[in-house]
Write a protein that binds this ligand. Structure first.
Ligand code: IPE
Ligand code: IPE
Ligand code: MG
Length: 240
């Protein structure tokens, strides 16, 4: 690398906190679920654009561990929406050579959704244009704690020594095993927080916050985020 050829950031993995569906629905004087339905349409557009942009991994935060505490009817309609997407919309993913992976505590989901997830993951496992990772019933604290328990079990069984636990070994116990850390994290709706999303994985991720509500987010807004990312100087703690 010479001084004349500045290093260009490479964008392999984009993570998105898809926020603002509720406020969008309120603006339209509609019920919250209407915002979630529109948000699902945005997701489809962004998945397709990610393929065009040759991004390899797209992780989207669809439902957090804390979202279980929302009103029962909202939780139920969100489960219904996910059920609908997993049943009807995934065919488009298969056609586009997209792999689908779900992270989060799926044991809390209705049994039929768990079965659907397993089916979709299996059916798409050999696709390799883009991997879409949906975080459903996901919380980073819970993910890290589960990994700690699994590592401890290995240690107590004598398969691993505490002094030998490296960052790479620990990462392998997370649900994102074999997935590179996100290069770019986008959060819509103007909130500037991480809300228990990918805490371990985002150690050196570039953050992009936009006031645009998720149902209004589109290919042009996505392109803006990507261009901003390419203009960033990533240092990873080093002296340039
Ligand atoms: C994000 O939209 C989707 C989920 C959390 C499921 P919100 O429903 O959080 O939208 P706001 O933040 O209330 O506008
Ligand atoms: C984060 O959004 C979770 C998802 C987008 C699925 P929230 O709306 O739940 O986050 P807070 O409550 O504003 O932090
Ligand atoms: Mg929100």
């Amino acid at each position: 690398m010479t001084e004349d050829s500045p290093e260009i950031n490479s964008l392999t993995h984009v993570a998105i906190i898809m926020d603002g569906n509720g406020r969008w629905a309120k603006q339209q004087n509609k019920k919250t679920i209407f915002g979630h339905q529109e948000g699902a349409k945005t997701l489809q557009k962004i998945v397709e654009e990610s393929v065009r942009q040759k991004i390899k991994f797209l992780t989207v935060y669809a439902f957090s561990s804390e979202n279980w505490l929302r009103p029962k009817d909202e939780v139920e309609s969100l489960m219904g929406l996910m059920r609908h997407m997993l049943k009807n919309e995934v065919k488009k993913l298969y056609k586009k050579n997209i792999k689908l992976k779900i992270i989060g505590d799926r044991s809390l989901l209705p049994k039929d959704l768990q079965d659907l997830i397993q089916k979709v993951e299996k059916k798409s496992e050999n696709n390799d244009a883009l991997t879409v990772i949906m975080a459903i019933s996901y919380g980073a604290h819970q993910e890290i704690l589960t990994a700690v328990k699994k590592v401890s079990e290995q240690v107590s069984k004598g398969h691993l020594q505490a002094k030998d636990i490296t960052q790479d070994i620990f990462s392998d116990f997370l649900e994102t095993k074999d997935i590179p850390d996100p290069d770019l994290l986008i959060r819509t709706s103007g909130e500037q927080r991480i809300s228990n999303f990918l805490l371990w994985q985002c150690a050196y991720t570039e953050f992009y916050f936009t006031p645009v509500l998720w149902p209004d987010f589109n290919e042009t807004e996505y392109q803006k985020a990507i261009e901003t990312f390419y203009g960033r100087k990533r240092r990873f703690g080093l002296r340039e």
